[in-house]
Design a protein around this ligand. Structure first.
Ligand SMILES: Cc1cc2nc3c(=O)[nH]c(=O)nc-3n(C[C@H](O)[C@H](O)[C@H](O)COP(=O)(O)O)c2cc1C
Length: 189
C-alpha cells in the first residue's frame, strides 16, 4: 500500500506540512509505505495549454511533473494538502493540478486509460487564517475534480481555520488525533 502526500504550501514546517506529516504517520501506522512531495521544491511550469497533447495521457512538457505523474499513478492513496490562498488552493497546488490536463483529456476525450491501482483513494487537508467555510469548499471542489481525473475516490477531508502563523496548528492538539485518523482510515477502508 503506497501513500503519496503532496504538500502545496511553500512553508516547510508550516501548518499544512505539520498536518500532512501527521496524516502520513497515521497511514504508516496502518502499514503503508509513505512518501511526501513538496511542490515548492520542484521545478515545473504551468500548463501551456498545447492544442493537442499526446493521446497516451502524458504531458509534452519535460520537467519535474513527469515524476509526479508516475508517483500519483503508483499510489493507492493520494493525500493533497494546501493552505487557502486568496480563497482557494495555493498556486503551487493549482499549477500541479492544471498539469493533469493531459490525464483529463486521456480519460474524457481519447479514452486512454493510464494504469493505476484499483480502489485508489484521495483525501484533502487544508488550513486557513480566517474562518470562511466557502474558501475550503472552493478548494475542495477543485481537489475533487483532480481526484476524479486521476481515478481516486474522495474519501476524507480535514479543514482547520484560524491558523495564521507558521506552527499555529501546534496549539490545536485536538486536530492531531483527527488528522492521524484520516491517514489511518484512508489506508484501512
Ligand atoms: C498568498 C496568501 C494568501 C492567503 N489567502 C488567505 C485567504 O484567502 N483566506 C484565509 O483565511 N487565509 C489566507 N492566507 C493565510 C494562510 O492560509 C494561513 O496563513 C495558513 O496557515 C498558511 O499555511 P502554511 O503554514 O501551511 O503555509 C493566505 C496566505 C498567503 C501567504
Amino acid at each position: 500500500m503506497k501513500v503519496l502526500g503532496i504538500n502545496g504550501s511553500p512553508r516547510k514546517g508550516g501548518n499544512t506540512d505539520i498536518l500532512l506529516e501527521e496524516a502520513l504517520k497515521g497511514a504508516a501506522s496502518s502499514g503503508a509505505e509513505c512518501e511526501k512531495i513538496m511542490l515548492n521544491d520542484l521545478h515545473f511550469s504551468a500548463c501551456q495549454e498545447c492544442a493537442r497533447p499526446p493521446d497516451n495521457g502524458n504531458c509534452v512538457v519535460d520537467d519535474d511533473m513527469q515524476a509526479v505523474y508516475k508517483k500519483v499513478d503508483m499510489a493507492n492513496v493520494v493525500i493533497v494538502a494546501s493552505p487557502v490562498f486568496f480563497g482557494s488552493l495555493s498556486a503551487q497546488t493549482k499549477m500541479m493540478i492544471d498539469r493533469f490536463q493531459c490525464r483529463w483529456r486521456a480519460k474524457y476525450v481519447t479514452g486512454f486509460v493510464n494504469s493505476t491501482p484499483p480502489g485508489k483513494k484521495g483525501a484533502f487537508i487544508s488550513v486557513s487564517a480566517g474562518d470562511k467555510k466557502e474558501y475550503f469548499d472552493n478548494a475542495a471542489s477543485i481537489i475533487k475534480n483532480f481526484f476524479a481525473t486521476v481515478g481516486a475516490v474522495y474519501t476524507g477531508e480535514l479543514f482547520c481555520a484560524g491558523l495564521e502563523n507558521k506552527g499555529d496548528v501546534l496549539k490545536c492538539s485536538e486536530i492531531f488525533n483527527a488528522v492521524f485518523k484520516l491517514g489511518q482510515k484512508a489506508v484501512k477502508n
